[in-house]
Design a protein around this ligand. Structure first.
Ligand SMILES: Cc1cc2nc3c(=O)[nH]c(=O)nc-3n(C[C@H](O)[C@H](O)[C@H](O)COP(=O)(O)OP(=O)(O)OC[C@H]3O[C@@H](n4cnc5c(N)ncnc54)[C@H](O)[C@@H]3O)c2cc1C
Ligand SMILES: Cc1ccn(-c2ncnc3[nH]cnc23)c1
Length: 506
């Protein structure tokens, strides 16, 4: 077919250099942008033509409007980059513009105390900074991720899930208001009552409809300490029955997660870290005999002057569980230390040079009715020797999630988050190498597809729009309508590979 040539006045070089004509509070960098071409996954590296370091929301608005007004003559796309902790290039823009959201003028974090406390933050703010600021007022966000060195814009573009989600819903269920720059460069304030469709579209919207420049996050009272408990099971159905009982009871724990221990050595020491066994003698005699074990991890908040009450409540909750008695491990730590726990592992891995390596992660939502079939195949036939990293598994209550957002979940009242958080040893051709792990991931994905378990990917990654339409299912229509309404030229977040920018030469 005849390729329509772009008018000589507009070619990719002068489209990029036209960015320099913009009067900004911040600035563009046109070289040494390799940082913007990498992410936590260390598997995709798309170099941008320019990186915007905004000092104001207007910088972002002016840049996007400039590209939008060039219309289909320009191939430039724009990716907001939070902390770059995606794993498959989702925050990258090949030959496009990456916006370094962390350099957005860190708007004063404004904590509002009172009956319904909240905090106003920049979309580029890290959750760890929000925690430290809100704690000064005895407050904190109610819903977290396991790791806090992520940005508000990044987690709200997905969901933001951790062990509090069974009770408070994911982070996208704890947002009162957003300020968003759309794919036309408009700056829009939105909430449940105002510009409602944009508000819900952006939450879980994979960066497709606008760039979150400010967010109003709901807060609750923050405890000083937590009781951090781990217990083991060797029977998967007893493990999941206990988890499901805990997420459905009143006055339960404040955090409920779980993870799988696949280790044929039988030794448990490597995962116990700071935990002291309640019964050291029995614990040291315990051996997994090479069986796959299931660890329930729960936390109870408390303040030093209510130790007696929390101990009673904890004993009462534990008495209803059917874990292996000798495997109760207890730790008592400050709330902040618990919330920032993954950062501790991160620093240990960095010290060993094991952090900047490929992370072919795979995350799923699995309906409660199919979790046993899923586990039987995955842990019985596919992952039988080792897991190359943590495997998280815990249930959440759909009733705490708002189905108007863009997030896709299974349509059952309870579903599980299952996260395969693998690391690949560079240049290894063994079972810890990238090729082996990617093959295993493919086997898992193929099983999920053929077994028709009603599974959905979390932090989804697909390569074709057909696969994305299958992911969204009946919700694809609304998702595509929102794209047309808020980012009609498909300028935003190209790294998700959902929409391709329409250009005159394509
Ligand atoms: C060690 C580790 C632990 C994790 N633990 C959890 C967990 O427990 N629970 C959980 O839910 N997730 C978890 N995640 C996944 C994490 O929530 C997502 O990868 C998240 O997107 C990363 O945030 P980020 O700021 O690095 O986003 P980036 O990777 O920078 O961006 C992610 C996507 O959002 C877009 N985006 C970024 N900022 C904005 C913005 N301001 N407005 C609009 N779009 C934007 C980007 O274009 C991209 O498409 C974890 C990730 C890592 C690496
Ligand atoms: C890179 C890394 C090292 C440990 N982790 C994690 N450990 C436990 N839970 C997690 N959740 C997300 N990342 C997690 C992640």
């Amino acid at each position: 077919t005849l390729k329509v040539q772009r008018p000589p006045s507009l070619n990719s070089t002068n489209i990029v250099s036209s960015l320099e004509t913009l009067s900004l509070d911040g600035y563009f960098s046109f070289e040494n942008n390799h940082h913007a071409a990498k992410d936590f996954g260390n598997m995709y590296h798309f170099l941008p033509s320019a990186v915007l370091h905004p000092k104001s929301v207007q910088d972002i608005s002016n840049t996007i409007r400039h590209i939008y007004e060039m219309g289909s003559a320009s191939e430039l796309t724009v990716a907001a980059r939070g902390h770059g902790h995606s794993t498959q290039g989702q925050a990258q823009a090949h030959q496009g513009v990456v916006i370094n959201m962390e350099s957005l003028q860190k708007l004063e974090m404004q904590v509002h105390t009172g009956k319904t406390p909240y905090v106003d933050v920049s979309g580029g703010e890290l959750w760890i900074n929000i925690l430290h600021e809100t704690l000064k007022h005895g407050l904190a966000p109610k819903s977290w991720t396991d790791y806090l060195h992520l940005t508000v814009g990044g987690t709200l573009s997905n969901a933001g899930i951790s062990g509090q989600a069974f009770q408070h819903g994911p982070q996208i269920s704890n947002v009162y208001q957003l300020e968003v720059v759309t794919g036309k460069g408009e700056v829009v304030t939105c909430s449940e009552k105002k510009n409602t469709d944009l508000f819900y579209g952006v939450l879980g919207g994979l960066g497709q409809f606008g760039i979150i420049t400010r967010a109003r996050i709901s807060l609750g009272p923050a405890p000083k300490m937590v009781k951090w408990i781990r217990v083991l099971y060797s029977d998967f159905s007893i493990f999941t029955k206990d988890q499901e009982q805990l997420i459905s009871s009143e006055n339960s724990f404040d955090y409920i997660e779980g993870f799988i221990i696949i280790n044929r050595t039988g030794l448990l020491n490597n995962w116990r870290s700071s935990f002291r066994p309640k019964d050291p003698v029995q614990a040291n005699q315990f051996s997994s005999d090479g069986r796959t074990l299931y660890c329930l991890e729960v936390v109870k908040h408390f303040n030093p002057d209510d130790t007696k009450t929390v101990n009673q409540s904890m004993e009462n909750l534990l008495s209803k569980l059917s874990y292996i008695p000798s495997t109760l491990f207890l730790s008592e730590v400050p709330y902040v230390e618990f919330l920032d726990r993954v950062h501790v592992s991160e620093k240990k891995l960095q010290a060993k040079g094991l952090y900047e390596i490929p992370h072919p992660w795979l995350n799923f939502f699995v309906p409660k009715s199919r979790i046993s079939d899923f586990a039987e195949e995955i842990f019985g036939n596919i992952l039988t020797d080792t897991s190359n990293g943590p495997i998280l598994i815990y249930p959440v209550n759909q009733s705490k999630w708002n189905n108007k957002t863009s997030l896709v979940t299974p349509d059952e009242d309870v579903f599980y988050l299952v996260a395969f958080l693998t690391s690949a040893m560079p240049s290894s051709t063994g079972t810890d190498g990238l090729a082996h792990i990617l093959t295993q991931n493919k086997r898992i994905l193929d099983f999920c597809a053929t077994a028709e378990l009603g599974i959905k990917q979390y932090l989804p990654h697909y390569n074709t729009q057909e696969e994305w339409q299958a992911h969204f299912g009946p919700r694809w229509k609304v998702f595509a309508q929102r794209k047309l309404a808020y980012d009609p030229l498909a300028i935003l977040a190209p790294g998700q590979r959902i929409f391709r920018k329409a250009t005159r030469t394509s």
